[in-house]
Design a protein. Structure first.
Ligand SMILES: Cc1cc2nc3c(=O)[nH]c(=O)nc-3n(C[C@H](O)[C@H](O)[C@H](O)COP(=O)(O)O)c2cc1C
Length: 338
């Protein structure tokens, strides 16, 4: 099976909201985008994707002809490839009512262990999602990290305690879910957190602590003050604030402010190994990809995830080679231009 066949299969199973497009960029689905939907005016997901397309690559073929190595040490884990799958809390309402996010999280953990990447999962709102997904991570050597919604501190602390006893390599809080329309519609209380609150949560965790939803140097510095071992530069795929800049736009200023003090992950519209290269050149240590991983799973389950990740890997390999980078730490801003 190739990627186009995988998309044909995905269209049969994914439900009416997602068209499983050749490039997942929010153009065909706009405000109906599963996830569920970009916040008005509905262009946030597209803006994220478009910003990566505006960056060009600088070729440099006067370089030693060695093998490319995409391996890295990340939050205490050895990865073969700088990719973490995006956390997903639920898929029933957004995609196919017959599907269960726990099956997805299990297959992600299994594929991630095989492929040398890391996984992530959301705590969702359906009972059992969190505890089952913790178990799946443990079953595959602690390959995943839970990303918790900003519910009450008490609820987060209970979930951190469960994660501490399970096998996860890190855990985090997604602070931007404070703006998620579907949580508000369901009357679920999720809100912003102060530096002090986040620091207290960080102290409860026995594994590296991650803050997801950072979109400025100002917020990144507060995350560092709170003790974040990693931040995720993310606007939740354009779903939490209209007129948010694209993540590629803010990544350089965030990297300038906090690179070296905390690990930097970025998500939002990253669709190819070329986009991954651009993200690393702008200062990210690793990237997160969400929707295409899910689409690939709908196409062919765990094998679909493997097919996509191997495609990304081949693309990153090729670009690194052509731009003169033989290892990830060789990648720098001189290798791209706007
Ligand atoms: C169906 C769906 C569910 C999601 N659930 C969560 C979640 O529970 N927690 C979270 O931090 N992000 C969640 N996200 C956001 C993604 O992790 C990611 O930040 C966003 O989709 C941007 O990445 P992408 O452009 O690669 O999809 C969800 C996204 C989708 C599509």
């Amino acid at each position: 099976m190739d990627y186009n066949q995988l998309l044909i299969e995905a269209r049969k199973h994914i439900g009416p909201n997602c068209k499983a497009c050749p490039v997942c960029n929010g153009l065909a689905c706009g405000n109906t985008m599963p996830g569920p939907g970009s916040k008005a005016p509905g262009n946030g997901a597209y803006d994220n994707w478009k910003a990566w397309q505006n960056i060009r690559l600088t070729m440099d073929c006067i370089a030693p002809a060695g093998e490319v190595d995409t391996g890295l040490e990340f939050l205490g884990r050895q990865l073969d490839f700088p990719l973490i799958t995006g956390p997903i809390g639920s898929i029933k309402w957004q995609y196919n009512p017959e599907s269960d996010v726990r099956d997805f999280n299990r297959d992600v953990a299994s594929a991630a262990a095989k492929l040398g990447i890391a996984g992530a999962f959301g705590d969702g709102i359906e009972p059992g999602v969190y505890t089952d997904s913790l178990r799946h991570s443990a079953d595959f050597g602690g390959v995943s990290m839970p990303i918790l919604n900003p519910y009450s501190d008490e609820e987060i602390k209970e979930k951190i305690a469960l994660a501490n006893e399970a096998g996860v390599f890190a855990l985090g809080v997604v602070i931007d879910s404070a703006g998620l329309p579907h949580l508000r519609q369901k009357g679920i209380s999720a809100g912003t957190k102060t530096v002090e609150q986040l620091r207290t949560l960080r102290e409860c965790s026995k594994v590296p602590f991650v803050i997801k939803g950072v979109m400025s140097a100002k917020t990144a510095l507060k995350a560092v003050e709170a003790g974040a071992d990693a931040i995720i530069v993310s606007n939740h795929g354009g779903r939490v604030l209209p007129f948010s800049p694209a993540t590629a736009e803010v990544l350089p200023e965030i990297a300038d402010a906090v690179k070296g003090q905390t690990k930097i992950i970025v998500d939002g519209g990253i669709r190819t190994g070329i986009d991954i290269f651009k993200a690393l050149a702008l200062g990210a240590d690793a990237v997160m990809i969400c929707r295409p991983i899910l689409v690939s799973w709908y196409g062919a389950g765990e094998q679909g995830i493997e097919l996509l990740v191997n495609k990304l890997r081949a693309e990153l390999d090729d670009v690194m080679y052509m731009c003169g980078a033989r290892k990830l730490s060789d990648i720098n801003r001189d290798m791209i231009r706007f």
